[in-house]
Design a protein around this ligand. Structure first.
Ligand code: PEP
Length: 260
């Protein structure tokens, strides 16, 4: 069955020294995480330092963004070979903050997903509706559009290698998380679409994470939903104790809920 995945997204926060200290505390608190994979996504400037800290541990390194080209005249961008060189195994694609603030399009996100797979990096494709879209009954239309566009042109085998994250925009950084039932409903819908785009078996193996105001207090209930295969954690991943607790709860609840 699917091993739950717990991803920490530090966003644009922390010096290199702070990143090293935070990663060290998380690593030391999760020496042998059982039944959960853990990924940390620091800012670009801290990737090398955090990679050193995580080296030899079961924790993996991820980046928050990438460019789809391997190299070239793209001022200010970071390529996948550069991320691989610094130890990244995962990369976020289509986070709502980038869709909104950097005007990232579905087409660009699709190129990032494709490029990540070409370079052996697992893309974590983020989809999610705004509060207005939910109010207007457009939740499923929105996420379906983002999913289909994000995976356009990918073979079923390639789709099987992604991680998907449902992140309702209204829940990110607001302290208001989707209820486990709300998230599970969307996850079930997304898995049905994945099945259509790849195969039932492949869709059954793809991890669908929930993200949006996850904290130690709500992690148990979210992870207990069989359709929720882990969490993408923003603010709470900056607190080592909180993030370690979330990872452990994700594992425990996942193991029970998914019959592992
Ligand atoms: C995120 O950054 O993807 C996120 C879910 O943030 P937060 O946990 O702070 O809501």
């Amino acid at each position: 069955m699917r091993t739950p995945l717990c991803v920490g997204n530090w966003k644009m926060q922390g010096t290199i020294a702070e990143g090293r200290a935070l990663a060290t505390a998380i690593r030391d608190g999760l020496k042998r995480p059982r039944g959960v994979d853990v990924v940390i996504c620091p800012p670009f400037t801290a990737l090398a330092a955090v990679n050193e800290v995580l080296s030899g541990s079961p924790l993996r390194l991820g980046a928050q963004n990438c460019h789809w080209e391997a190299a070239g005249a793209h001022t200010g961008e970071i390529s996948l070979p550069m991320l691989v060189e610094v130890g990244c195994r995962y990369v976020l694609a289509g986070h709502s903050e980038r869709r909104r603030e950097m005007c990232e399009t579905d087409d660009q996100i699709n190129r990032k997903v494709q490029a990540a797979l070409v370079h052996g990096v697992t893309p974590i494709l983020c989809v999610g509706e705004t509060a207005d879209e939910r109010r207007q009954g457009l939740t499923f239309t929105t996420i379906e559009g983002q999913l289909r566009a994000g995976l356009a042109g990918l073979t079923p085998d390639a789709i099987a290698r992604i991680v998907l994250a449902y992140e309702p925009v209204w829940a990110i950084g607001t302290g208001i998380n989707a209820t486990p039932a709300q998230a599970a409903e969307v996850h079930g819908y997304l898995r049905g679409l994945l099945s259509e785009l790849s195969s039932k078996d492949a869709a059954g193996a793809i991890r669908i994470l929930y993200g949006g105001s996850v904290k130690a207090e709500n992690a148990d209930a979210l992870a207990a939903e069989p359709e929720i295969d882990g969490v993408l954690v923003g603010g709470a991943s900056l607190n080592p104790g909180g993030f370690i607790a979330i990872a452990k709860k994700t594992a425990r609840a996942g193991a029970t809920g998914k019959g592992e």
